[in-house]
Design a protein. Structure first.
Length: 151
């Protein structure tokens, strides 16, 4: 699991989205960011999580949040996932696992003998610090977890 906690400086990152455009943490200076890491495009849990964020996207925007997803899938896979589910936010293709490792979400998965992505969300504040870490993600109620106690 991640070594990062509330109050830590968010690790800088750069990665390409589904259209090959670079996204970095610097792009979100002065904004709140929901940076969510998920295992794989088009799987049931990941689809439920992405669709929950999609269905509540306007609410998140109205509360000042940008949303970016990250997995080790390719930009081509991300593009299909976005089109199939009408996702309004970008997905970063971290095929080399650099961002995943920087955020401590890449490692041995419970009950498995191989490395994978630990589904984790980081809420990053306007100054680039981690405001919240959600490690036990409820894929169907994820927006509620992010906004809990934040009126």
């Amino acid at each position: 699991m991640t070594h990062l906690k509330t109050g830590d400086k968010a690790p800088a990152f750069k990665g390409n989205n589904q259209d090959g455009e670079q996204i970095s943490l610097d792009d979100f200076k002065g904004k709140k960011l929901v940076l969510y890491f998920y295992p794989k495009d088009s799987t049931p849990g990941c689809t439920a999580q992405a669709c929950n964020l999609r269905d509540n996207y306007d609410l998140l925007l109205n509360k000042g949040y940008a949303v970016v997803g990250v997995s080790a899938d390719s930009d081509k896979s991300h593009k299909k996932f976005i089109e199939k589910n009408n996702l309004p936010f970008p997905l970063i293709a971290d095929t080399g696992n650099e961002i995943l490792k920087a955020y401590g979400v890449w490692g041995i998965k419970k009950g498995r003998a191989k490395d994978g992505i630990h589904r984790t969300t980081f809420v990053i504040d306007e100054n680039g610090f981690i405001a919240e870490v959600v490690e036990k993600v409820d894929t169907k109620e994820h927006t509620s977890q992010i906004l809990a106690d934040k009126n």
